[in-house]
Write a new protein. Structure first.
Length: 128
């Protein structure tokens, strides 16, 4: 039922912000960003639960923790970049949002290089 709380909060905040935007667009924009941050902070507990489950599964499967750590960092970068880009778009700065998305993709690529090298080394070891 938590999703109903998040949706309800978001819809009520949106209606409130629409009324405020008519007279004070600057405050409405700050409220919009604040509501977004509150929602993200609210769901961080669920994110921790997901990370714990993935970690437990990886430990049971005896997966190298370096790969798991890289995977979780990539997921974190992707979510943070998306959130930052959406905040910029909400503020009317689509150009900055695009740069944030590009930076996130580039950082993910750099973070994935050790995994890519490990996969390539495994493939090379099978080739005579």
């Amino acid at each position: 039922m938590e999703v109903a709380q998040v949706v309800g909060f978001g819809v009520i905040a949106t209606v409130f912000i629409i009324f405020i935007r008519q007279n004070r667009p600057d405050i409405a924009q700050l409220l919009s960003i604040g509501v977004g941050v509150i929602i993200v902070v609210y769901v961080l507990g669920y994110l921790k639960m997901i990370v714990d489950v993935i970690t437990d599964l990886a430990l049971e499967a005896e997966i190298n923790t370096i790969f798991l750590r890289t995977l979780l960092r990539v997921i974190g970068v992707a979510y943070l970049a998306e959130f930052g880009a959406q905040v910029c778009r909400d503020a009317g700065e689509g150009s900055i949002a695009g740069k944030i998305e590009f930076a996130g993709k580039l950082i993910i690529l750099v973070m994935a290089i050790p995994v890519l090298l490990a996969v390539l080394e495994s493939i090379i070891s099978f080739v005579p």
